[in-house]
Write a protein that binds this ligand. Structure first.
Ligand SMILES: *[C@@H]1O[C@H](CO)[C@@H](O)[C@H](O)[C@H]1NC(C)=O
Ligand SMILES: *[C@@H]1O[C@H](CO)[C@@H](O)[C@H](O)[C@H]1NC(C)=O
Ligand SMILES: *[C@@H]1O[C@H](CO)[C@@H](O)[C@H](O)[C@H]1NC(C)=O
Ligand SMILES: *[C@@H]1O[C@H](CO)[C@@H](O)[C@H](O)[C@H]1NC(C)=O
Ligand SMILES: *[C@@H]1O[C@H](CO)[C@@H](O)[C@H](O)[C@H]1NC(C)=O
Ligand SMILES: *[C@@H]1O[C@H](CO)[C@@H](O)[C@H](O)[C@H]1NC(C)=O
Ligand SMILES: *[C@@H]1O[C@H](CO)[C@@H](O)[C@H](O)[C@H]1NC(C)=O
Ligand SMILES: *[C@@H]1O[C@H](CO)[C@@H](O)[C@H](O)[C@H]1NC(C)=O
Ligand SMILES: *[C@@H]1O[C@H](CO)[C@@H](O)[C@H](O)[C@H]1NC(C)=O
Ligand SMILES: *[C@@H]1O[C@H](CO)[C@@H](O)[C@H](O)[C@H]1NC(C)=O
Length: 385
């Protein structure tokens, strides 16, 4: 009795695992089919690059395809597609994402893909990395990306994406708490930076550069305390540089250049002591350079050119002994060039031209500064002397 019960249970267990295994086999077949349908849709030359696709029934050894066995006893399924830089010319619309729900990584970066990002991409709920940068993808960013709650990296830069960064990204971001890298740079995105960023609390890299974003930097930026890179370069952003940047004490790279920011450079910038690169050039900033800038002792490149900064250059700039490049040209500075500039023994590029500074090169030649300086300009001229 007991023995037959045991046998019955055993048979049941075996039947279940066979059913599971064969359903996984069906999944893998469906995945292979989805890939071959996509291969058929791309141009002939691109198909050549994927000629291993279809050679074997199981796709696990096809070029760029990696399978994984997720759950115990399951047969392998595709979890990684890596087809970076293969000059593939096609579109994403013909890829059946429903068949690829197990993907954790999709890398189609640096190809010649056109078309848009289909909304159906939202079914890829296991994705950790979505890398579509360096293509010719158009259209808007689908709202459904907010469903991809396991994303660590979202790289869509260097495409032709347009429209707004979905205003729901605040809401989405409640779900995108794992995101560490968000790169949307070099597209045609317009409108505002979403107001609510505060839930992207693990973000380390944020680049929205080279778009046509307008409005001001939202205060919720203060919550992105793990950021090491913040680049908003070359947009149409305006308003003040927010005091809230003060909270981003891990920043190493801060680029707000080529926008229309106004007001003065906040003193609290002096708290960002890990900064190595700091660009504010080509804005409409006024007021003095804050003395606190002298606390940024890790700075290697400081560029404040082409603003309407006034007053004298603070002596504290002499603390920035790691500087290799210092650009203060095209401002309205007055007074003498501080002799402390002479302490900057690593300087290779210095531009102080087109301002009303009273020049006295003698002050600079006193110190080591002349050893490495390859470009020095007080009255205009071209890079590298
Ligand atoms: C691509 O291949 C198809 C069929 O194999 C052929 O009809 C077509 O002319 C080819 N196109 C180019 C641009 O070579
Ligand atoms: C693949 O995805 C399907 C559908 O979401 C799921 O049932 C299955 O367990 C996954 N397989 C693996 C190995 O992760
Ligand atoms: C996409 O894949 C799913 C799952 O394999 C399948 O049910 C569906 O029929 C496919 N859709 C198309 C258009 O092939
Ligand atoms: C994506 O999220 C929206 C709500 O934000 C929900 O309506 C939709 O069903 C989700 N889609 C999937 C595939 O989970
Ligand atoms: C978040 O979603 C809710 C409901 O969908 C909406 O009322 C609210 O305006 C959204 N907030 C933002 C910042 O998009
Ligand atoms: C968060 O994601 C879940 C699915 O993972 C979805 O049902 C929900 O609508 C999302 N919430 C928001 C605010 O987008
Ligand atoms: C964002 O920061 C504010 C102030 O520090 C805090 O009250 C809020 O809870 C933070 N939001 C999140 C989602 O952590
Ligand atoms: C940041 O800088 C301001 C002004 O220099 C100072 O008052 C404040 O205490 C600093 N905050 C931190 C956290 O260091
Ligand atoms: C000099 O600076 C002013 C602003 O301070 C600017 O308008 C002008 O274009 C600059 N000239 C050159 C040659 O860069
Ligand atoms: C130095 O500054 C002047 C005035 O802004 C500018 O015209 C020149 O191109 C700058 N030189 C370099 C090498 O950037």
């Amino acid at each position: 009795m007991l023995a037959s019960l045991t046998i019955t249970i055993l048979i049941m267990i075996m039947a279940t695992s066979v059913a599971l295994a064969s359903s996984d086999a069906a999944v893998l077949e469906g995945q292979a089919r989805a890939l071959l349908v996509w291969k058929d849709s791309i141009d002939n030359q691109s198909q050549q690059a994927l000629r291993s696709w279809g050679n074997t029934p199981a796709p696990c050894n096809w070029r760029g395809i990696t399978c994984g066995t997720g759950v115990h006893r399951h047969r392998p399924v595709i979890n990684d597609i890596s087809l970076r830089g293969m000059r593939l010319r096609g579109a994403l619309e013909s890829l059946n994402f429903s068949a690829l729900r197990n993907l954790t990584r999709l890398d189609l970066s640096h190809n010649l893909l056109a078309g848009s990002i289909p909304p159906s991409i939202e079914v890829l709920g296991e994705l950790h990395a979505l890398l579509l940068q360096g293509n010719q993808i158009r259209g808007s960013i689908p709202l459904g990306l907010g469903n991809l709650t396991k994303l660590h990296s979202l790289m869509l830069h260097e495409n032709d994406l347009s429209g707004e960064i979905p205003s729901q990204i605040g809401n989405m971001s409640r779900n995108l708490t794992k995101l560490t890298t968000l790169s949307l740079r070099n597209n045609q995105l317009s409108g505002l930076i979403p107001k609510k960023l505060d839930c992207l609390s693990n973000l380390q890299y944020l680049s929205l550069s080279e778009n046509i974003l307008s409005g001001s930097i939202p205060n919720s930026i203060r919550n992105l305390t793990k950021l090491t890179t913040l680049s908003l370069h070359n947009n149409q952003l305006s308003g003040l540089i927010p005091q809230e940047l003060d909270f981003l004490t891990n920043l190493e790279y801060l680029d707000l250049s080529e926008n229309i920011f106004s007001g003065s450079i906040p003193n609290c910038i002096g708290n960002l002591t890990k900064l190595t690169i700091f660009y504010l050039y080509s804005n409409q900033l006024s007021g003095h350079i804050p003395r606190e800038l002298g606390r940024l002792v890790n700075l290697e490149d400081l560029e404040l050119s082409d603003n309407t900064l006034t007053g004298s250059i603070p002596n504290s700039i002499g603390n920035l002994i790691k500087l290799t490049a210092l650009y203060l040209d095209s401002n309205q500075h007055s007074g003498h060039i501080p002799r402390e500039l002479g302490y900057l023994g690593n300087l290779e590029e210095l531009n102080l031209s087109n301002s009303t500074l009273r020049a006295s090169t003698i002050e600079l030649s006193q110190r080591a500064v002349t050893n490495k300086l390859v470009y020095f300009c007080l009255v205009g001229g071209k890079r590298r002397g």
